[in-house]
Design a protein around this ligand. Structure first.
Ligand code: TRP
Length: 257
């Protein structure tokens, strides 16, 4: 059975948009899937920071969920702030979310236009909290309105980034079970040997081409350990087809060490 997760912010009574955009789907999906539906009360604080009606608004959404036919006997219905693991995961995911991508989010730009007097950090990291909501259940279906599409895309990015430190054998991630790991306890000689033996290719044949996965992985490792001008240097070399992988790997090994 597939896991479904969705939620609505507790900012007042549900409207027709919530009903036809979300709740009717929730009701339909609840019998065929393992469903988790919640009330996003933390998210509501990004735009409704006043505590007076916080609890009342949560109760409003909950009672209207039930009135619309969402059934707590078949679906799990909960309040976001009742699950402390969600803010914990949010904290970890925040370390994988970059300022640039968060600032470019359409919903963020819209909200700062609407409330220029309250451009809070919660608004900026809204998509990260949303990613935590989804990832905590490893949900594979997330019914949302069109306006939330970009936020879902970002959740996908954060999850992939979290799971992927690439290995040196050209594909996928670094892992103990993959046997391709650089270990923290490796001595310098072992480390250098492993890095120098990393898989590469014959080199780019046309300027500005996209690197294949093994090369992209080397660049990903560089992003973790090397100075920006070093990364820039090798990226330019790659772009002009002048890259010498041996030099790049030597530098990478030094920077990892
Ligand atoms: N951002 C959603 C909205 O405004 C609400 C929401 C928060 C959500 N977290 C979520 C929806 C996780 C789906 C999954 O409509």
């Amino acid at each position: 059975m597939e896991t479904v997760l969705s939620g609505i912010r507790s900012t007042g009574n549900l409207h027709l948009g919530n009903y036809f955009g979300a709740v009717t789907n929730f009701v339909k999906m609840q019998h065929e899937n393992k469903c988790f539906f919640f009330i996003a009360d933390y998210h509501s604080l990004t735009t409704h920071p006043t505590p007076e009606n916080l609890h009342a608004n949560v109760r409003k959404v909950l009672s209207e969920y039930l009135a619309c036919g969402m059934d707590p006997e078949v679906a799990t219905i909960y309040i976001q702030s009742d699950v402390p693991e969600i803010p914990e995961l949010y904290l970890l995911l925040n370390m994988n979310a970059y300022l640039g991508e968060l600032e470019r989010t359409t919903t963020f730009k819209e909200k700062i236009r609407k409330q220029p007097e309250n451009v809070n950090a919660g608004l900026l990291t809204y998509p990260v909290l949303m990613a935590a909501d989804i990832i905590i259940h490893k949900a594979n279906k997330v019914p949302v309105g069109k306006d939330q599409e970009q936020n879902l895309e970002m959740a996908r990015h954060f999850a992939r980034r979290f799971n992927k430190v690439p290995g040196l054998d050209g594909t996928g991630k670094m892992g103990k079970s993959e046997g391709n790991g650089l270990y923290l306890v490796d001595d310098e000689k072992t480390l250098r040997k492993k890095v120098m033996s990393a898989v590469t290719d014959a080199g780019p044949t046309a300027p500005n081409s996209e690197p294949a996965e093994p090369i992209a992985n080397l660049f990903s490792l560089m992003e973790l350990v090397s100075a920006p001008d070093t990364i820039q240097f090798f990226k330019e070399k790659y772009a002009n087809c002048e890259i010498r992988y041996g030099d790049m790997k030597k530098q990478l090994a030094t920077d990892i060490w």
